[in-house]
Write a protein that binds this ligand. Structure first.
Ligand SMILES: *[C@@H]1O[C@H](CO)[C@@H](O)[C@H](O)[C@H]1NC(C)=O
Ligand SMILES: *[C@@H]1O[C@H](CO)[C@@H](O)[C@H](O)[C@H]1NC(C)=O
Ligand SMILES: *[C@@H]1O[C@H](CO)[C@@H](O)[C@H](O)[C@H]1NC(C)=O
Ligand SMILES: *[C@@H]1O[C@H](CO)[C@@H](O)[C@H](O)[C@H]1NC(C)=O
Length: 316
């Protein structure tokens, strides 16, 4: 399999670029993509640094895919969020531990979720990615109810159990066959969750199963099978119950963070995939000065490796 794939690649290269052209869109790619990352309430002892935060690992993850990051503060007016939405090319919902229905994080994510649904309906491409809690939140927003149950997988790494829908998916399209294989056989995904949506609950809910394709599942420590990777059938919305960012950007030896070559490669491919989705959005800031002052470069991360599982974190 690996060998024949290699041979195919060589044949393609020899045929030259003229024979094979990728499908073209009408508009050129946006080569200066900006991804918004929604800040989240600090709910622990790190409160002394600020009310809200974004761990640096998520910022580096997006930057490594070739985009710039704009942190999005909670508690702004709808008009302000709408203005930010028109200025950014995608949204990342981070992991964490806030309430999926009542937190400011959940409420604000809902604003962007609805704006993105409408935009995509009108042909204005806008991708959203949810990691861990961010993915759980997407399921609540799509289903209109909380379908989570106990599916503990804490500090454990798994290979993905791919479904039949993984193979034709957009998310894994550009994965070389050896990396797809590694992802299905080696423990390259880090899990840090107590709740999730079981396969049964997911497929049993028409709103969820109609909205998302389930690309992979895993068996939790309590024996339940939970949905671990999804992508929107119609919308460019993506979710992972695991943490691709830790593979390259978190190093606390007390945790099971996969750092093998393949683990790093998977993390890179997914970061690039999501940023490439953002390239399809032509949203932009009205003025250069407004863009400059919104970017994450205006903030300095704080060293938190001695008090948390993160190396650094931004506080707002
Ligand atoms: C947002 O507003 C609520 C209520 O108005 C307040 O309790 C909360 O602390 C605010 N959160 C942030 C992050 O400013
Ligand atoms: C994958 O699925 C099989 C069959 O259901 C199960 O035995 C195995 O534990 C699963 N692997 C993981 C890593 O969840
Ligand atoms: C995480 O798992 C690793 C490897 O199994 C173990 O050595 C470590 O103690 C665990 N950490 C925590 C915080 O439970
Ligand atoms: C953690 O490191 C920072 C920066 O070196 C230091 O100021 C702080 O006192 C340390 N905190 C603890 C609990 O060791």
């Amino acid at each position: 399999m690996g060998f024949s794939a290699l041979v195919c690649a060589c044949v393609l290269a020899l045929c030259g670029a003229d024979a094979f052209t990728l499908p073209q869109r009408n508009e050129p790619d946006n080569d200066r993509p900006i991804i918004g990352i929604l800040t989240q309430e600090v709910d622990d002892y790190m409160r002394k640094f600020g009310e809200t935060y974004i761990p640096s690992s998520y910022v580096k993850y997006i930057e490594s895919g070739g985009a710039r990051v704009v942190p999005i503060r909670l508690n702004q007016s709808f008009a302000e969020h709408e203005k930010i939405f028109r200025s950014i090319n995608g949204l990342l919902l981070i992991g964490g531990s806030v309430n999926l229905e009542t937190s400011d994080f959940a409420r604000t994510a809902g604003i962007y979720f609805r704006l993105a649904l409408n935009a995509n309906d009108e042909g204005d491409y806008f991708p959203i990615w949810g990691t861990c809690l961010g993915f759980q939140l997407l399921t609540v927003l799509v289903a209109g109810e909380n379908l989570l149950s106990k599916t503990t997988a804490e500090n454990v790494t798994y290979p993905l159990n791919f479904t039949a829908e993984a193979s034709p998916s957009r998310m894994f399209t550009n994965f070389p066959s050896d990396i797809r294989k590694a992802l299905s056989q080696e423990p390259l995904t880090a899990n840090f969750h107590h709740y999730g949506v079981t396969k049964e609950a997911f497929l049993g809910n028409e709103k969820l199963s109609g909205f998302f394709s389930v690309l992979s599942t895993n068996i939790a420590q309590n024996g339940f099978e939970f949905v671990s990777t999804v992508e929107g059938r119609k919308y460019p919305f993506y979710g992972v119950q695991w943490h691709p960012e830790v593979n390259r950007f978190q190093w606390d030896p007390h945790y099971n963070f996969p750092h093998s070559r393949n683990a790093v490669h998977v993390s890179s491919l997914l970061a690039e995939f999501f940023v490439n989705e953002g390239r399809r959005s032509s949203h932009h800031f009205r003025e250069a000065a407004e863009e400059s002052s919104a970017l994450i470069y205006n903030y300095s991360p704080v060293y938190v490796a001695n008090i948390s599982a993160y190396e650094q974190s931004y506080f707002f």
